[in-house]
Design a protein around this ligand. Structure first.
Ligand SMILES: Cc1cc2nc3c(=O)[nH]c(=O)nc-3n(C[C@H](O)[C@H](O)[C@H](O)COP(=O)(O)O)c2cc1C
Length: 206
């Protein structure tokens, strides 16, 4: 049976969210921030392993944190280009706030590591939607620092842990911006016995 009713406002919200690094103050704080972070803990989590660990970087802590990221990159590669270092320092010092996405992973557990990582990714998506729902915005970024062991340790995580990335968050300067999205019909199929599903999107890769 087809659902012909117009999309609900919740669905509209999910369909219109975009990522942005064009951010200004304010970032969510206090109880609002904690409620948005709490949406991550509603994500599917096989085995209730609760792998999410969020580290919030605000205010005058941002430049020092940005230097931690650069130091991590330098530990991995002493020749990291100065231009790249300057870009990171600027990005992370100027973002209204940062949410570091820690993943507390159990190695050798019956729940595979990939599923634990998926639970943290699902949580992150809830945060991005929660931010947008409250009039905020952000973007999920990552880099070679995510697996740098000393940074992981300095962020209070265990040796097997990693970062899924960092959310730069604040209020979008470009609120209401729309981006072109792929067509769902190219990314879905209805299964019929005896037929192999064909995806329009597969043609793009050819
Ligand atoms: C794990 C992960 C890491 C990402 N890292 C970066 C990054 O380092 N830099 C970047 O510009 N976008 C990165 N992205 C993509 C952006 O978060 C975002 O999805 C992209 O800009 C498209 O925006 P949209 O969410 O509106 O489609 C990453 C996405 C994921 C899921």
């Amino acid at each position: 049976m087809q659902n012909k009713s117009p999309p609900s406002s919740s669905l509209d919200m999910l369909l219109s969210r975009v990522s942005t690094d064009a951010l200004q103050e304010p970032a969510p704080r206090g109880e609002t921030l904690e409620l948005i972070l709490a949406t991550a803990l509603r994500a599917p989590d096989h085995g209730k392993l609760r792998p999410w660990r969020y580290i919030v970087v605000q205010g005058d802590q941002r430049p020092a944190f940005a230097r931690e990221i650069v130091a991590a990159l330098e530990r991995r590669d002493p020749d990291v280009p100065d231009e790249k270092k300057q870009k990171i320092l600027k990005r992370f010092s100027n973002a209204p706030a940062l949410i570091v996405l820690g993943m507390s992973l159990r190695m050798g557990h019956k729940i595979p590591e990939s599923e634990q990582i998926m639970a943290t990714a699902a949580g992150t998506m809830n945060i991005l939607n929660g931010l947008y729902a409250e009039g905020f915005g952000g973007i999920w970024v990552s880099g070679a620092y995510c697996e740098e062991p000393e940074l992981v340790r300095r962020l209070g995580l265990a040796p097997a842990d990693r970062l899924a990335g960092i959310l730069m968050v604040g209020t979008p300067k470009d609120a209401g911006r729309k981006t072109r999205r792929p067509e769902i019909k190219d990314y879905m199929a209805y299964w019929h016995e005896g037929e192999i599903p064909v995806f329009g999107a597969a043609k793009e890769a050819e």
